[in-house]
Write a protein that binds this ligand. Structure first.
Ligand code: NIG
Ligand code: FE
Length: 416
């Protein structure tokens, strides 16, 4: 089947020669075509260009669905390169604790936080876990996300980590969104290992990683390398084991302190290091000339009322930036990438062009799919959305609570 979208007010983020990512000053460049068409053939983008250059045959070809876009814009779907959207229940009670003044770390120390979600997940059947996650996936599809990375990390035992990863695998099979899976056994130290953190790290290395690899359930390995969680040395050991089993690193770093996580990530050629609220000159230096994508999760800083990463300083140093939602029950219970863009603009002083690059091509890179996703380019997967009538692309992050995604096309099919 072919889909022709015609009379597009603006076709956003087009590429004639696809690139892996954009960095530094280039992040402020957003190639667009005014008054454009987009042709989709099967599940791929076949062609695009200005309306006055559109071959007449595109409209008349048999079996082509023609969508009139007048006044609407077309964007490549968002790529959300960091989420924890497979989880059981919710944690609004801790939200109240936070309102009353407890910090994220204090809640975690009391056995709440991630351990709270782990307990709930253990008590929830795999089917129920799948159904809850499916609802979240459908929600983010309607909000314009076309690719999502999902982590384990609320299992913390071999069985429960595998349960989470099987749910992710089932979502891959049963939903039209592109999914990458990440093993995050090192999300927190489970209660049974309290005071024996090193033994839990050994357990991850000797039992969990080989099992996850044997079932081929994860593309990447993650570690929460931060104050109060896992140390640099422990992180190194786990990343080495993951890499040995074919899982590239994508880690949580420098959310709560200058944890050394960024440097460890770069040392092991991580695909991305994520959070980065605590990023100074040394961290920027480590990231320069690396292949690691610095990924910001402003939804978590917003929800926890914490500092934001120095996005401008990082771009001025020539770094690329990706942004993702961190969708999870404890620090960011939202997968709304349009709101993530707004936070980038409002709280981190990023330009609309910069945030759009951060949630499309650069976040595609951060989940290892920028060859096929993250821009409008011939041969890429046809994951796009059509907006409501909007005056400009800047209106997307500006109108920060208005739902502006009207039609969603994934793999060349209208799905929402
Ligand atoms: O990315 N930082 C660690 N993990 C998550 C939070 C998980 C939770 O609190 O449930 C995050 O913020
Ligand atoms: Fe996270």
């Amino acid at each position: 089947m072919k889909i022709l979208i015609r009379d597009i007010k603006k076709l956003v983020q087009v590429e004639d020669e696809p690139k892996q990512m954009v960095a530094g000053a280039d992040m402020a460049c957003l190639p667009c075509i005014d008054n454009a068409f987009l042709l989709i053939d099967g599940d791929k983008i076949a062609d695009f260009g200005p309306m006055d250059k559109m071959p007449a045959s595109y409209e008349t070809a048999k079996g082509t669905m023609v969508i009139e876009a007048h006044g609407r814009m077309v964007f490549p779907s968002f790529c959300d390169s960091h989420t924890h959207l497979v989880y059981a229940g919710s944690r609004e009670i801790e939200y109240i604790d936070k309102i009353r003044g407890l910090s994220y770390e204090e809640i975690a120390k009391r056995g709440g936080g991630i351990l709270n979600s782990a307990k709930l997940l253990h008590e929830t059947s795999e089917e129920e876990l799948y159904l809850q996650a499916l609802q979240r996936v459908n929600e983010i599809i309607a909000l314009g996300t076309g690719a999502v990375e999902i982590k384990s990390g609320y299992g913390l035992t071999v069985e429960d980590e595998l349960k989470m990863l099987r749910v992710i695998a089932r979502l891959k099979e049963t939903t039209p969104i592109t999914i990458k899976a990440t093993f995050l056994g090192a999300h927190a130290v489970p209660a049974e290992y309290k005071g024996r953190q090193g033994e839990y790290v050994d357990h991850i290395i000797n039992e969990m990683i080989p099992m996850v690899a044997a079932y081929d359930l994860a593309d990447y390995i993650d570690v929460f390398c931060d104050k109060g969680f896992f140390t640099e040395e422990e992180t190194e050991r786990m990343l080495m084991a993951g890499i040995k089993h074919g899982m590239r690193a994508k880690i949580h770093a420098n959310e709560l302190d200058y944890s050394g996580g960024i440097q460890v990530g770069v040392k092991y050629n991580a695909l991305s290091v994520d959070h980065l609220e605590f990023t100074g000159d040394d961290e920027i230096k480590a990231l320069k000339d690396s292949e690691t994508m610095p990924t910001l999760l402003p939804g978590a800083a917003f929800f926890l009322g914490m500092v934001y990463p120095p996005a401008r300083k990082m771009m001025e140093a020539g770094l690329p930036l990706a942004m993702a939602s961190d969708f999870n029950p404890g620090s960011s219970p939202s997968g709304d990438m349009k709101f993530v863009m707004s936070l980038g603009c409002i709280m981190m002083k990023m330009l609309p062009e910069e945030v759009i690059n951060a949630v499309t091509i650069n976040s595609a890179y951060a989940m290892g799919i920028s060859d096929t996703h993250g821009s409008i380019a011939r041969g890429k997967v046809a994951n796009v959305f059509i907006t409501k009538k909007i005056p400009s692309f800047e209106f997307m992050p500006y109108a920060y609570t208005t739902k502006l995604v009207e039609t969603v096309i994934l793999n060349g099919e209208v799905v929402a």
